[in-house]
Every structure is written in structure tokens, then in C-alpha cells.
Design a protein around this ligand. Structure first.
Ligand SMILES: Cc1cc2nc3c(=O)[nH]c(=O)nc-3n(C[C@H](O)[C@H](O)[C@H](O)COP(=O)(O)OP(=O)(O)OC[C@H]3O[C@@H](n4cnc5c(N)ncnc54)[C@H](O)[C@@H]3O)c2cc1C
Length: 468
């Protein structure tokens, strides 16, 4: 059902049929795409991967062009309506939602241009899987992929985008050459490190607060064809953190991640996962890669492409048993390296199959000096750690609330130690939490908000500038 205008008195959308019996709705500008209000579209846009928060928008924009986004962002500003981009909505706590607002379905803008050694233009709604599929045949690859390839380029460029190559190359936001965006005040602009650099540096990791990303020019590097994967178990967090720290600093692996795995008797082991990317004419030196690490490594070979999509079978299984649409009260934080071992071992002692829902627990090192964007918040230490409890919960509100409460309690401890929230997670945040989150960057964040989205129309779901 297409809408033709907005009734500013009733604050509701007006369809063609309704317009006959209502006074002068504010007309929707002519669009190449559509603004829809049908129940299925609204229902989808009210939900995300968390299945915890539901906020109902007035309408969903299915953009047919970049100009549609310009027009609707301006329209939203004139009518005091919130507006937010939505990728695949893999956020877990309403970050891509907008009560009574407009949701832009970015998935319709998903073109991937021709990859060259100088980079590739990619529309914001394209998934990282589509980027992989377009770039590898040209022998090129973005330096950093998320573990799961069906996140969108626009979505991860708003939040950061961390992966196993982050200890070498930074986040996905650190590997962008240019952006084309629509600012919150409706200006279509191109930005890069040299053109409108403040806009560029604000949007990347800026949580959708300054602009809607239309497309990004991604950095590409030569791709290797193979991935040799080394898995090494550690009995405790302290020895694991020491090994991760060594590997993060000497960059021996192309890919470095880790996770907690059950030890079979109610406790946890710590699994270091390193990968060397290579071409068959130059295989990696196993002894050099494993030097100084715990004995007993297992080694497995993949093609680079298959390694990037290694989660596919697990995701297919989770979908087949209905677990994909269970609530996901995820806990995602960054920890300073000096506190990581004691914090994680203490936290792990309280983790069970019941309170994690058997979801994976990720724990791996990255280097702060590789991060370049000002609004992405990380602990101060050079070696810091991602710690994720990727919980699954039964669809029982009281249990979901219990998991959220556990996240809050865990986060308070992490924050006291210098930890930072990864803003994809299910941790309720008030404005004072955000002020604390940004610390000395808060005033710059507010300044850029006033500069590019002075009417505060963009991306209310994080609750940074008002109740979501
Ligand atoms: C199975 C799984 C695995 C994951 N693995 C990783 C991982 O390895 N590393 C990692 O960093 N993250 C990971 N994530 C988290 C993921 O990065 C976030 O969920 C992130 O939000 C991207 O998802 P999305 O593209 O669906 O974005 P959405 O959730 O749709 O959007 C994220 C935010 O960006 C805004 N937004 C979206 N598109 C635009 C746009 N074009 N312009 C302006 N604002 C926009 C939204 O309003 C929202 O605030 C994983 C998530 C899942 C479900």
C-alpha cells in the first residue's frame, strides 16, 4: 500500500484512499521507489536479529535511487519524523529501528562495482558475501571480513566491523577510501580522507548519527587463494591471553581469533585460531608460525573463499532448527589486554549451557594502533580483546530480561576496568552511558551531530540523542 502524504496533525501517513476524506496531507515527494505501510513491511522493519526490542515505524522506504533517500531525509527533517537506514538488521537491540519513523530498506541498493587494485565502489546494502564474490575473481580482497558474510557494508561501516584480520589491518571502517552519503540535513556529499574529511571520519563508526551511507569505496589488497588454519588449546585464560598478545604483536598469522570451548566437565578451555593466507607456490612455515605456542596444534586447509564463509553450515543448521529467530541477547565488549584474563576467567565461571543457550563465546586480541576512526571506542591499551557471549535465549520474556540484566551487570564490571561496549550488543544504554562511552570524544560527537544532523532526525535506535 503506497502512501501519498503525511498528516501532521494526526502524525500518521495518508494513503490514496484515505486522502479523499482527509485535509491536505503534506505530499510525499515523487519517488523512483516506494514508501510503503503494509503490515508485512512494517512488521519486518519493527524487528531485528535480537528479537527483543520491537519499535513500529510509520513507513518503509524502498529506495529506487539515491535521490529518493535525499528527498525522504529532507522530508523527515521538515516533518520532525525520525529516519534510519536498515541493512539486514543484524543488530540485537533495536539499533536499526525507529518508533513512528521511516525505515530505509538499504538492501535494495546492493550493487558492487568493478574491483581494481585501486578499490571498489559498493552500495551500502550489498553484503560482504557479495563483495567477496565480486572481488576474489579479480584476485583482490578487502583486508577485513566479519565472521559472518551476510552483514551489509553500510551496517558494519556504521558500527566498526571487526574480524580475524583486525590485528593486522584494523576494522572494516579503517579500510574505506571514500563514501557517498546523505547527511541528516539532506545534503548528498562525497567524502574521503582529503574531501570533507570530518564528515568521512564521523560517519565511519558513527552509528548512523551523521548520514545515511549510500555507497563506499573499499580498499582492496591482493588475495591469496589458500588458508591454512591452526587451532591450539590453552587450559586457562592467562596462558591464552599471553599467546594471543604475542601473535597480535608479531602478526605472524593473517587471521587471529579465539573462543572459549567447553572442557567436558563444566569448565572452559581457550582455543586460539590462527590462519595463514597463502598461494600454493609459497606455503607457510608451520614451525615458524607455531614457535612459542602451546603444543598439540591441529592444522586444517581451506580455500581462502571457503574460509571466509566457514560459518555457513552452522548458520544453515541454526535456521533449520528455528534457532535463528530465537531472541539473541548478545553481550559484546572490548577489554583492555591487562584485564582480559582475570575478567574473562571470572565471567566464564558463571557461564553455562543454559545462560548462553550454547551460543559461541568469542575472545580474541586486536591492536588499538590499527584503529583510525575517532568515534569507534576501544580501550586505551595497545593490545585489547573482543569478548562476545553470543547468547541464544528461549522466547520467554522473563528469561530474556534475565539475560539482559546479566549483560548489564557484566558490562558494569567491564566498564570499571576500562572496557567499552560494542554498540551492536544487547546492553541498555542511557544518554549518560553514551556520554561515558565517548568520554573525551563526546563533545566532538555532539559538534558533528549539530553540523550534519542538526534536527536530530537520523538513527534514533541507539538512544544517543533521546529516547529511541
Ligand atoms: C551471525 C552474526 C555474526 C556477526 N559477526 C560479526 C563479526 O564478525 N564482526 C562484527 O563486527 N560484527 C558481526 N556481527 C554484527 C554485525 O556487524 C552487526 O549486527 C551490524 O549491525 C551489521 O549488521 P547489518 O548490516 O544487518 O546492519 P543493521 O543491523 O541493519 O544496521 C546497523 C546500524 O547501522 C544503521 N545503518 C544500516 N545501514 C545504514 C546505512 N546505509 N546508512 C546509515 N546507517 C545505516 C542502522 O540504523 C543501525 O543503527 C554479526 C552479526 C551476526 C548476526
Amino acid at each position: 500500500m503506497a502512501v501519498i502524504g503525511f498528516d501532521p496533525v494526526r502524525r500518521s501517513w495518508v494513503t490514496e484512499a484515505e486522502a479523499k476524506c482527509k485535509n491536505a496531507p503534506l505530499p510525499i515527494p515523487g519517488l523512483d521507489g516506494q514508501l510503503v505501510t503494509d503490515a508485512a513491511s512494517i512488521q519486518e522493519a519493527s524487528q531485528d536479529f535480537g528479537y527483543i526490542i520491537q519499535r513500529t515505524p510509520f513507513a518503509v522506504l524502498r529506495p529506487g535511487s539515491y535521490q529518493d533517500i535525499v528527498k525522504m531525509v529532507r522530508y523527515a527533517g521538515r516533518n520532525c519524523i525520525k529516519i534510519a537506514g536498515r541493512g539486514e538488521a543484524h543488530s540485537t537491540y533495536g539499533q536499526a529501528q525507529a518508533t513512528g519513523g521511516i525505515i530505509i530498506d538499504m538492501r535494495l541498493l546492493n550493487d558492487v562495482g568493478t574491483p581494481t587494485p585501486g578499490g571498489v565502489w559498493v552500495e551500502a546494502g550489498a553484503t560482504w558475501r557479495a563483495v567477496r564474490d565480486a572481488t576474489l575473481p579479480a584476485g583482490l580482497t578487502p583486508p577485513v571480513f566479519t565472521d559472518y558474510l551476510d552483514t551489509t557494508v553500510g551496517g558494519t561501516l556504521c558500527v566498526g566491523g571487526i574480524g580475524g584480520a583486525t590485528h593486522r589491518h584494523g576494522l572494516q571502517i579503517d579500510n574505506v577510501l571514500a563514501l557517498e552519503v546523505v547527511t541528516g540535513d539532506g545534503r548528498r556529499m562525497t567524502c574521503s580522507p582529503t574531501q570533507n574529511p570530518q564528515l568521512f571520519r564521523s560517519v565511519l563508526g558513527g552509528l548512523g548519527q551523521f548520514a545515511i551511507i549510500l555507497r563506499a569505496r573499499l580498499k582492496l589488497i591482493p588475495a591469496r587463494t589458500q588458508a591454512r588454519v591452526y587451532r591450539i588449546l590453552y587450559p586457562d585464560a592467562a596462558s591464552f591471553v599471553a599467546a594471543q598478545t604475542t601473535c597480535a604483536l608479531d602478526e605472524r598469522f593473517s587471521f587471529l581469533e579465539g573462543q572459549l570451548v567447553p572442557d567436558g566437565s563444566g569448565g572452559w578451555l581457550y582455543l586460539l585460531e590462527g590462519a595463514a593466507y597463502y598461494n600454493p607456490d609459497a606455503p607457510p612455515n608451520d614451525a615458524a608460525l607455531l614457535a612459542g605456542l602451546a603444543p598439540g596444534a591441529t592444522i586444517e586447509e581451506f580455500t581462502y573463499s571457503d574460509w571466509l564463509s566457514r560459518l555457513d553450515p552452522t548458520v544453515a543448521f541454526l535456521k533449520s532448527v528455528g534457532a535463528w529467530t530465537l531472541p539473541h541477547p548478545w553481550y559484546d565488549v572490548f577489554l583492555p589486554g591487562s584485564e582480559a584474563a582475570s575478567y574473562v576467567s571470572t565471567t566464564a565461571a558463571g557461564l553455562t549451557a543454559e545462560n548462553t543457550g550454547n551460543g559461541p563465546i568469542l575472545f580474541y586480541a586486536y591492536r588499538r594502533s590499527k584503529l583510525t576512526m575517532p568515534f569507534f571506542q576501544s580501550p586505551c591499551e595497545e593490545v585489547s580483546f573482543l569478548f562476545d557471549i553470543l547468547r541464544f535465549a528461549p522466547p520467554v520474556p522473563a528469561i530474556v530480561q534475565q539475560r539482559i540484566d546479566e549483560n548489564v551487570a557484566l558490562f558494569q564490571q567491564a566498564r570499571d576496568l576500562g572496557g567499552k561496549r560494542y554498540p551492536i550488543s544487547s546492553i541498555p544504554f542511557s544518554q549518560s552511558d553514551w556520554i561515558q562511552h565517548f568520554g573525551s570524544d563526546w563533545f566532538a560527537f555532539v559538534f558533528q551531530k549539530q553540523r550534519f544532523d542538526g534536527d536530530n532526525v537520523l538513527t534514533p535506535g541507539h538512544g544517543i540523542f533521546g529516547t529511541p
